[in-house]
Design a protein around this ligand. Structure first.
Ligand SMILES: [Zn+2]
Length: 270
């Protein structure tokens, strides 16, 4: 993702041009939002107040659906209803329970959380590998089960959060199958949803998708930027990442398809 400075430069020089060619409010779009941490003081977290304001806006302006329901709509083969919004969280930080879950309950939003199962088990600390979310704790399985009881769904995000294309296929298969098995044992239900760690263009490919299918996954989220139309590949769902530095204005532009230029930046970077 571009840093703050890069983002400002991009906006300064391309914002008006791109906005003119972006989706407008009447365009059919389904937007899958990608959060990580909701925390009052962490530098890279969305604050609970911002999260509340963002959920209020979505509920007022979109039809909120769960990711499992979006999947069912997508495979039904009909065109998607207009302006659907889906909430997802990656990794499994404890603040998803402490700060986001009460807001989700308040609005009846059925979010999906993608768990790095080794992080939840206390076997790996993914915040050490990637300094962004340093010092954040993992959800506990008890918290996961409580959230599940209130309609939050859970998907797999590997066991140790590697870039799947940078390890052997055997290792990738181990990461995929292990996270699915643990999730199913802990929740007592099939796990059909997956999110690729990092999720950008070079972090998954056809071989990885074949492994997901082999192990019974039904759909996977990337972090390829963009809204989703009725033809989107269910193993490469696009998401809109929400960052700590987003103003409310940025948030509204992002979910209304005004930042589609990030898609082209991702494609150029590969
Ligand atoms: Zn992740």
């Amino acid at each position: 993702m571009p840093g703050l400075e890069t983002k400002q430069i991009i906006k300064r020089y391309t914002g008006k041009f791109i906005t003119a060619f972006s989706l407008n409010k009447s365009t059919k779009l389904s937007v899958i939002l990608n959060y990580h941490s909701v925390h009052p003081t962490h530098n890279f977290a969305t604050t609970p107040n911002d999260f509340l304001q963002q959920m209020e806006y979505l509920v007022a302006n979109f039809t909120m659906v769960s990711l499992p329901d979006f999947y069912k709509l997508r495979i039904a083969g009909k065109s998607l209803p207009d302006r659907l919004a889906i909430i997802t969280f990656d990794d499994g930080y404890e603040d998803n329970y402490t700060y986001a879950f009460p807001v989700l309950k308040q609005f009846g939003i059925k979010a999906t959380v993608f768990l790095t199962t080794g992080f939840i088990n206390g076997e790996v600390d993914i915040t050490e590998k990637d300094g962004t979310y340093q010092d954040l704790k993992a959800l506990t399985w008890e918290q996961v089960r409580e959230m599940r009881g209130d309609g939050i769904s859970f998907g797999a995000h590997t066991h140790t959060h590697p870039i799947l294309t940078e390890i052997s296929l055997d290792q990738a298969e181990g990461e995929i199958s292990r996270s699915k098995k643990i999730l199913e044992e802990k929740l007592g239900e099939p796990a059909g949803l997956f999110a690729y760690p990092f999720g950008q263009p070079k972090t998954f490919n056809r071989n990885i998708i074949d492994l997901l299918k082999k192990h019974g996954f039904k759909s996977a989220c990337s972090t390829l930027w963009g809204c989703n139309n009725s033809n989107v590949d269910i193993f490469s769902l696009n998401r809109i990442r929400i960052d700590a530095c987003d103003t409310f204005h940025d948030f509204k532009e992002k979910v209304n398809g005004k930042w589609e230029f990030i898609k082209w930046i991702q494609a150029l970077r590969g």
